[in-house]
Design a protein around this ligand. Structure first.
Ligand code: GAR
Length: 218
C-alpha cells in the first residue's frame, strides 16, 4: 500500500482541471495520488478521464436526496471511505453546506475562473467581459460557506481583449487554471500553506519580482 496522501476530486463537467491534476500526479509534481473522483452528473466527462487513468469513480445524483445536507453527508461518507486528505472542487457546480465543510476543515480547495472576490458564481468569464475589466484570471482558494469565497491560495492574471467572446476569454483563463491548480495542490500537500484569518501564507514560494502589466499596452 502506498503511503502517499489521497486527494478527492469533485467534478460536474468536462474535468479539464481534473486532467491537469492527473497529469501533475503522473508527472510526479504532486506528492500524492487521486483516491477518488466523484460527480453529481452521470455523464460528466471528468468521470471518463478518471476511469481512463484507473482512478476510482463515484456518481452521486443530488436529485435523489431530500436535502443538500443529506447529499453532502453521502459525499463525506464516500470521501472518508477513501481516506481523503484534501478535497478539490474542479468545476463542481453544487453549493456545499456546513455538513461538508465541517468534515474537511481547511482541507477543501476550489478553482474559480475570475480574480476573486470579483465575479463569483456560475459565469465568471461572462461577468468579467460584461463589466469591461481589462484583466481577469483565475483563483484557487480554500472553501468557506460562501459562493466562491474563502482564503486565497493562488491567482493568475490574463488580459481581456476588446474582441474577446465569453469562450475566448474562458479558454485563456482555463489555460492558467491548469497551471495554478496543480501548483496549489502541491503546496498544500507539501505543508506549505498556512491559513491565518482571511489570508494564506505560502512562505513566499515562487515570488515574482517587479511584476507589472498594462492593458491596453498603449
Ligand atoms: C472551470 O473554469 C472552473 O474554474 C469553473 O468551471 C470550469 C470547469 O472546467 N468553476 C466555477 O465556475 C466555479 N464557480 P473543467 O470541468 O474543464 O475543469
Amino acid at each position: 500500500m502506498s503511503s502517499l496522501p489521497s486527494v478527492g476530486v469533485l467534478v460536474s463537467g468536462s474535468g479539464s482541471n481534473l486532467q491537469a491534476i492527473i497529469n501533475a500526479v503522473e508527472g510526479g509534481s504532486i506528492p500524492g495520488k487521486i483516491g477518488v473522483v466523484i460527480s453529481n452528473k452521470a455523464d460528466a466527462y471528468g468521470l471518463v478521464r478518471a476511469r481512463n487513468h484507473g482512478i476510482p469513480t463515484e456518481f452521486v445524483d443530488h436529485r435523489l436526496f431530500d436535502s443538500r445536507e443529506a447529499f453532502d453527508a453521502r459525499l463525506v461518507e464516500i470521501l472518508r471511505s477513501y481516506d481523503i486528505r484534501l478535497v478539490c472542487l474542479a468545476g463542481f457546480m453544487r453549493l456545499l453546506t456546513p455538513t461538508f465543510l465541517s468534515a474537511f476543515p481547511e482541507r477543501i480547495l476550489n478553482i474559480h475562473p475570475a480574480l476573486l472576490p470579483s465575479f463569483p458564481g456560475m459565469h465568471g468569464p461572462r461577468d468579467a467581459l460584461n463589466y469591461g475589466v481589462r484583466f481577469s484570471g483565475c483563483t484557487v482558494h480554500f472553501l468557506d460557506e460562501g459562493i466562491d469565497t474563502g482564503p486565497i491560495v493562488a491567482q493568475a492574471v490574463v488580459p481581456v481583449y476588446e474582441d474577446d467572446t465569453e469562450e475566448s476569454l474562458a479558454a485563456r483563463i482555463l489555460k492558467e487554471e491548469h497551471r495554478i491548480y496543480p501548483m496549489a495542490i502541491r503546496l498544500f500537500l507539501e505543508g506549505k500553506l498556512t491559513i491565518s484569518g482571511e489570508k494564506v501564507s505560502t512562505g513566499n514560494v515562487g515570488k515574482i519580482s517587479d511584476f507589472s502589466r498594462r492593458n491596453p499596452d498603449a
